[in-house]
Ligand binder design. Structure first.
Ligand code: F6P
Length: 559
């Protein structure tokens, strides 16, 4: 992508029209639904296996019409084509953005050639290596140093090298091979590693060090801590007698990285390292070799179905007309909510306990991508950008923060996600518990959309002075996403859906959604401050007074 193709959105005719339209809009979902019995069917869409109902958003035909015009004026379709073709749309790092290539079928035609390289061949060569390794661990052919079969896979990584694998593992736990589990260490807080390995048997534990750069402080520190734990415990158990420690590390540590040279320096056999490419952003990497713990524990077949789900959503996004294109519609709807209706946050509320880490995963995907104040051409943004994404599974959230969504002063668009079929069908007497769960899902979006008037509250016999507190204004926008079941494919579809929503928003704002310079300063300062925290007075004296005071507090209170 050339930065020349970036259009300042606020200068477009559509933006100005949307501005006027938003000011004139008298949103009233009750009236809109009464006046148009077709509203729900007109505003419900299918993308792969997902049914998506946008009708409870504060939009009219005119809103959608203008959002389509905006998409045209900011060249959304050209930018989409540039991404899929492998143009260097990550301009600040001069890189292609090709996570969509990670899930192309091996026989996709024509093959994807980028920068002179057959990307399809590269991707499938690594996948075959990952699957072969996964099969060897699953079958017991790969063993630890004492010949014992692996029972626990511990992924050591952070950010995109952690959040995707942990979220997917939690979501697809029912597909795990019996006797094989995964655990995850990410935080440099030593508690994380200590608690995670505390009850593990080193002889049956395999560590995967996952780091795109293989230079991340947290991950390399945790990897060394775990290597020490492994060797100490094996030594104490007498398991290393007559054996070389290097062989123990080689049997219990593998790596996933784009920097395979650094992997060897750690003592991991490059044969047991799985690569990916700099055109895969960390937060877009769960479908690359970063998914190795998933391929092991869930199995290559499940991983293949997961990738096929991504690809189905990619194809929808790539080919569906914008007016029926769910990622495009949802991305543009987010623009409407943020830039014209003033939303500052966006809730994602999965009604499925297995998706309990999905909101945390989406936080990195969306906020590391679109938390930018500078456009891709280096000029300041001209409007608000990335909203805060957050959420918790229903129904827990209903008893915590939903009060604010229902009756607070802020507009909080929310995505509700649910599945028709439960993994654990359960009866409470005659009552199907999943149906009760779904009744809550349906009830919440209904309450948020249509509210409860003062007259309705009065009709329940409520004392007049309590009436205002019990009124629900309604007109609180929600999107409902449903699928038959949370399968590996459907999970891939959901992830790809949000990847493309994030892309669409970035295109409108004219930002580079694929760099993350905002995380660098803190990393640099942590390294600079480390000597002061260890008591180096000279480094401490160079700090600002607040930082000095805080470090002094630590130094005076450490035991
Ligand atoms: O937080 C910054 C970041 O670079 C993320 O984008 C990335 O996912 C994470 O750190 C981990 O990086 P790596 O995989 O290189 O260890």
């Amino acid at each position: 992508m050339s930065v020349n193709t970036i259009v300042d959105p606020v200068t477009t005719t559509a933006w100005k029209a949307l501005d006027a339209h938003s000011q004139a809009l008298d949103a009233n979902l009750r009236t809109w639904f009464e006046q148009d019995p077709q509203r729900a069917s007109k505003l419900s869409f299918t993308a792969a296996d997902l049914h998506v109902d946008l009708s409870k958003n504060l939009i009219t035909d005119e809103t959608l019409d203008l959002l389509m015009k905006l998409a045209g004026e900011v060249n959304l379709e050209d930018r989409r084509a540039a991404m899929f073709a492998g143009e260097h749309i990550n301009v600040t790092e001069d890189r292609a953005v090709l996570h969509t290539a990670l899930r192309r079928p091996a026989d996709a035609q024509p093959p994807l050639i980028v920068d002179g390289q057959n990307v399809d061949e590269d991707v499938h060569e690594v996948l075959a290596k990952v699957y072969d390794f996964a099969d060897r661990v699953r079958s017991g052919e790969w063993t630890g140093i004492t010949g014992q079969q692996i029972e626990t896979v511990v992924n050591i990584g952070i950010g995109g090298s952690d959040l995707g694998p942990v979220m997917v593992y939690e979501a697809l736990k029912p597909y795990a091979q019996p006797g094989l589990t995964a655990r995850f260490i990410s935080n440099i807080d030593p508690t994380d590693a200590a608690e995670t390995v505390a009850d593990l048997d080193p002889e049956t534990t395999l560590f995967i060090v996952a780091s795109k750069t293989f230079g991340t402080l947290e991950t390399l520190t945790n990897a060394r801590v775990c290597r020490e734990w492994l060797l100490t415990n094996l030594r104490e158990a007498g398991a290393l007698e007559g054996k070389d420690e290097k062989d123990a590390v080689a049997a219990h540590f593998v790596a996933v990285s784009t920097a395979l040279d650094k992997v060897a320096d750690f003592g991991i056999d490059p044969e047991n390292a799985f690569g990916f490419w700099n055109w895969v952003g960390g937060r877009y990497s769960v479908d690359s070799a970063i998914g190795t713990p998933l391929a092991i524990v869930l199995g290559p077949d499940v991983f293949e179905q997961f990738l096929a789900g991504f690809h189905a959503m990619d194809e929808h996004f790539r080919t569906a007309p914008l007016a029926e294109n769910v990622p495009a519609l949802m991305g543009l709807l987010n623009i409407w909510n943020v830039n014209f209706l003033g939303a500052e946050t966006h809730a994602v509320l999965p009604y499925d306990q297995y998706l309990h880490r999905f909101p945390a995963y989406l936080q990195q995907l969306t906020m590391e991508s679109n938390g930018k104040s500078v456009r891709a051409d280096g000029t300041p943004v001209t409007t608000e950008t990335g909203e805060v994404f957050w959420g918790e599974p229903g129904t827990n959230g209903q008893h915590a923060f939903y009060q604010l969504i229902h009756q607070g002063t802020r507009l909080i668009p929310a995505d509700f996600i649910a599945f028709a079929n439960p993994v654990h069908p359960t009866k409470d007497g005659e009552q199907d518990v999943h149906e009760l769960f779904l009744a809550n899902f349906f009830a919440q979006t209904k309450a948020l959309a249509f509210g409860k008037t003062a007259d309705e509250v009065r009709a329940e016999g409520t004392a007049e002075e309590i009436v205002p507190a019990r009124v629900f204004s309604g007109d609180r926008p929600t999107t409902s996403i449903m699928a038959s079941q949370l399968t590996p494919s459907v999970l891939g579809q959901l992830i790809a859906l949000y990847e493309h929503i994030t892309f669409v928003q970035g295109v409108v704002w004219g930002i580079d959604s694929f760099d993350q310079w905002g995380v660098e300063l803190g990393k640099q300062l942590a390294l600079q401050l480390a000597p002061a925290v260890s008591g180096d007075r000279e480094v401490l004296a160079q700090q600002d007074s607040s930082t000095q005071g805080l470090i002094e507090f630590y130094l005076n209170n450490r035991k």
